[in-house]
Design a binder for this molecule. Structure first.
Ligand SMILES: NC(=O)c1ccc[n+]([C@@H]2O[C@H](COP(=O)([O-])OP(=O)(O)OC[C@H]3O[C@@H](n4cnc5c(N)ncnc54)[C@H](O)[C@@H]3O)[C@@H](O)[C@H]2O)c1
Length: 365
């Protein structure tokens, strides 16, 4: 089992460890028991994860002498809302959960974001632990303390920065993860390789065909490197006032494409296309060498991630969604672009016509 420390704000109390390993449930239970964070725990999870892993997880905790209950809600992004949040809070109150208790988020990003938000507000804040079970949650959403829920006006509009007391990543959970969900996490891993770690990028190029199912050892290495990148960016910019924005590489156009597809494209597919678009814009602006742009597209495709935009999506529709974003941020579209692999920067240089041309070129791909 590997251990990575997240050092925040130079305050020991805000810092925490990320534990990574395979089949480490027992050890997770042992560490939680030893840390004595709370006198009782409530595991928050969704219906899918509860069916697949809930009972075993609760048993592991009780074997370690930990008093734990479980609350589950229907799986899916549609549950990341204020009604489900209030329902969880009501159940916590009915259970008599008080400030000596802690929450455990067992699930993907939806469970993590919702649980973190409840923890940050329940009785003015109680501790929580992340046990991420999707690849996306393991390499991204469980680290960094961004919590939140969606409102009808948009995603993640209500939330807090509230760090967990620990993150426990057990790769065994990934064995039950559907391939499309796996790809959502893979797109974020490719992003880390592109923006920060060219060795990781090369490793992915070499191992694109084996990483999916054959080598858990390799996957553990890749998850570990991804966690290190996310944690070091979060350490430098916990509240996303600058550097942390580079994590949005591929996400600006990606979100517009995902929404324009009516969410028939998954988040990972849309981010992959968004990264291809950001690479192409970087190349058109004469920053990124063509060779690097080609490498990015080739890697995505080797991993089974798309770079082409479906013909059925309207170019003007995608552009108008980008412009809605633009209004929110003042008068410019800020893109994360690349000077070269491993060197991202935030720029508003890309003219609308260049973005239109890029979208149309990717439609032909
Ligand atoms: N806080 C952050 O920094 C941050 C970063 C990125 C994304 N997010 C948020 O994360 C969410 C997306 O996360 P996600 O992709 O994990 O989605 P998710 O939590 O909805 O999980 C995806 C699906 O996989 C199922 N699942 C989870 N673990 C499983 C397992 N081990 N086996 C089988 N099925 C399993 C879930 O029930 C769900 O149906 C979004 O709401 C997004 O806004 C947050």
């Amino acid at each position: 089992m590997n251990k990575i420390k997240v050092n925040l704000d130079k305050k020991i109390s805000a810092s925490y460890e990320i534990y990574i390993g395979r089949k480490i449930l027992d050890r997770i239970g042992m560490i939680i028991a030893k840390n004595e964070l709370a006198s009782r725990y409530v595991v928050i999870t969704d219906s899918n994860v509860s069916d697949l892993h809930g009972e075993r997880f609760l048993r592991t905790l009780s074997d370690m002498g930990i008093q734990a209950d479980m609350i589950e809600f229907p799986a899916g992004e549609a549950s990341k809302n204020v009604d489900v949040m209030l329902d969880i809070i009501k159940k916590l109150l009915d259970m008599g959960v008080d400030r000596r208790s802690a929450l455990i988020a067992l699930g993907g990003g939806v469970v993590g974001d919702l649980t973190g938000f409840v923890a940050s507000t329940y009785m003015r804040g109680i501790p929580y632990i992340q046990v991420p079970t999707t690849l996306l949650a393991q390499v991204d959403s469980s680290i960094g303390g961004k919590t939140g829920i969606d409102l009808s006006a948009g995603k993640n509009l209500l939330g807090t920065f509230y760090q967990p007391k620990g993150v426990f990543i057990d790769l065994s959970f990934l064995q039950t993860l559907p391939p499309r969900e796996f790809n959502n996490g893979m797109a974020e891993i490719v992003k880390y390789g592109i923006i920060e770690d060219t060795d990781l990028f090369s490793l992915l190029e070499d191992e694109a065909k084996t990483i999916r199912n054959e080598s858990m050892v390799l996957l553990e290495t890749v998850i570990g490197r991804s966690c290190r990148i996310k944690k070091s960016i979060v350490e430098t910019d916990e509240k996303e006032s600058g550097l942390r924005r580079i994590l949005n590489f591929g996400h600006t156009i990606g979100h517009a494409i995902e929404a324009e597809s009516g969410y028939s494209l998954s988040h990972g597919e849309a981010v992959s296309i968004g990264m291809a678009a950001a690479a192409m814009v970087s190349e058109k602006l004469k920053y990124l060498p063509s060779r690097d742009m080609e490498r990015i597209m080739k890697l995505a495709e080797a991993l089974g991630l798309p770079c082409g935009i479906p013909d059925s999506l309207s170019t003007e529709g995608i552009l108008s969604r980008l412009k809605t974003d633009k209004k929110k941020q003042g008068d410019v579209i800020n893109f994360v672009l690349l000077k070269k692999l491993g060197s991202p920067f935030v720029s508003s240089e890309a003219p609308e016509e260049m973005i239109r041309e890029t979208i149309n070129m990717l439609k032909g791909r």
